[in-house]
Design a protein around this ligand. Structure first.
Ligand SMILES: *Cc1c(COP(=O)(O)O)cnc(C)c1O
Length: 455
């Protein structure tokens, strides 16, 4: 049971195949999230989709109105609902009304596709041709396509991602509901204290954070400096460094994967050194893991660690922090001065770490993709990198983007940080009032209720 701030309890139920009566192989199916081959993956999705519907029924959850699929992983639940409502006697429109489908990435690897031969062999006659056709994609069975065909309401996770998904699947009606973060989880103790004093009721109603505009900027800056000190002390103790709370600090932490371009800011180290020398000192804090099968992602981590060792601390201090997890994510998003985000357009569906920064008064510097299309107001909530349009992308875009990154860092961001602290503090406060009040799960869930579940 997960208990909410209002005392309401939501059950979370786990499926476990490690039970007597199953074969040794089948017992392993719920053991690993990302492991094994395509066959293993398909078996897992059968357990989740078909097994999930059966499990709910066994537990007495009958006549459920809505089934919400996040990505195609659980899509076979629609097959089980079809079986339960009497196959060809089934009212397909009514069935589709019970299914909601959310896609979370435009990156092809994020969409499950199974070899049709294998798929049919594993399903072993359980899935009628009529249903097989709904996921048929050349010689593959495409879970995303199947989920879309079986759901009346389909959405992407930011406005831009909705557009991109409509381009990918032109035959479907696709809406968007922008992601959010769980406000209370990602607010640091320092900011909780500040909000408790100035914005009563903010935990039950994060919209109230819009009145952060009433909090004196200096108090926000002071709360941030305390968070920054916690991060810097962590770095200095654990890694024997001498990072400073007075130096402009850039943070970057993500899954290390090519489209997120973790090394973009290090593409011209000499230029970065020059900016640090002429405009003001820079510290960079990195963290992030790569997927086990992503060789390029792992190479980028190695490259960053070796650059961090090569570059003299007198020029720019760079550190890569190990074991990126939620605790470190919170420490970093709240403790740096600017959150850097530079995915290649249009591949970031939403992104959420920049929202974690916002709630703790940290502005974002980002390419205009994902949620930033909606959250960015130049010099008000942060800064943009590169162009706004994702159409007609070119090979050379990473050069234009790094040029844009350096130019803005040099001429706008660093001078503002060191020379115009009052304006800087106002931007910090705007992040809370304009963005944290909106990019949260409270607003997001309400939109799912009104736009998807009551649809
Ligand atoms: C927030 C978070 C993520 C996701 O961040 P994005 O900006 O959406 O890529 C991944 N891992 C950890 C540990 C996080 O805290």
């Amino acid at each position: 049971m997960i208990k909410g701030a209002r005392g309401y309890e939501v059950p979370v139920i786990y499926l476990d195949t490690n039970v007597e009566g199953n074969s040794d192989y089948d017992k392993t199916l719920t053991q690993f999230l990302y492991s094994g081959d395509r066959y293993y993956r398909l078996c897992q999705e059968i357990v989740l989709g078909i097994g999930g519907v059966r499990m709910l029924q066994e537990l007495g959850y009958v006549n459920l109105n809505k089934f919400h699929m996040n990505e195609g992983h659980a899509a076979l639940l629609a097959l089980e609902l079809y079986k339960k409502c009497g196959e060809e006697h089934c009212d397909m429109e009514a069935l589709k009304k019970r299914c909601v489908f959310t896609t979370h990435t435009p990156v092809p690897a994020g969409h499950d596709r199974f070899d049709m031969e294998m798929f049919k062999r594993v399903m072993n006659g359980y899935m009628p041709d009529f249903m097989l056709n709904k996921g048929s994609d050349g010689d593959k069975f495409n879970m995303t396509l199947f989920a879309m065909n079986m759901s009346k309401y389909v959405n992407g996770v930011a406005k831009r991602h909705g557009e991109v998904t409509r381009d990918m699947f032109p035959n479907f009606k696709i809406d968007s509901i922008t992601n959010g973060i769980h406000t209370f989880t990602w607010t640091t103790d320092e900011f909780k204290k500040l909000f408790d004093e100035h914005i009563p009721g903010w935990t039950l109603d994060p919209y109230a954070l819009r009145s952060a505009l009433q909090i004196p900027e200096k108090l926000i800056y002071d709360a941030h400096q305390k968070n920054k000190r916690i991060l810097i002390e962590h770095i200095n103790e654990k890694y024997k460094k001498d990072f400073s709370t007075e130096v402009f600090t850039i943070g970057f932490a993500r899954r290390f994967t090519a489209y997120k371009r973790p090394d973009l800011i290090l593409s011209d180290v000499e230029r970065l050194k020059k900016i640090a020398k002429e405009k003001g000192k820079i510290q960079i804090v990195y963290a992030g893991k790569a997927h086990i099968k992503d060789g390029q992602g792992k190479d980028t981590i190695k490259k960053i660690i070796s650059l961090a060792n090569e570059i003299s601390d007198d020029d720019i201090k760079i550190i890569y922090l190990e074991n990126y997890d939620m605790a470190l994510g919170k420490l970093m998003t709240s403790g740096v001065d600017v959150w850097l985000n530079n995915p290649q357009l249009p591949l970031e569906a939403s992104g959420t770490s920049g929202m974690k920064a916002c709630i703790n008064g940290v502005p974002q510097f980002s390419t205009i993709d994902g949620w930033w299309v909606e959250g960015h107001v130049e010099n008000v909530t942060g800064w943009s990198i590169g162009k706004d349009s994702y159409k007609h992308m070119e090979e050379s875009d990473h050069i234009t983007d790094s040029e844009s990154l350096y130019t803005k860092l040099e001429n706008v961001i660093i001078p503002k940080y060191y020379n115009e602290k009052d304006k800087w503090m106002r931007i910090m406060r705007n992040c809370i009032a304009f963005n944290a009040s909106f990019f949260n799960t409270y607003r997001m869930t309400l939109q799912y209720v009104t736009n998807a579940y009551l649809y």
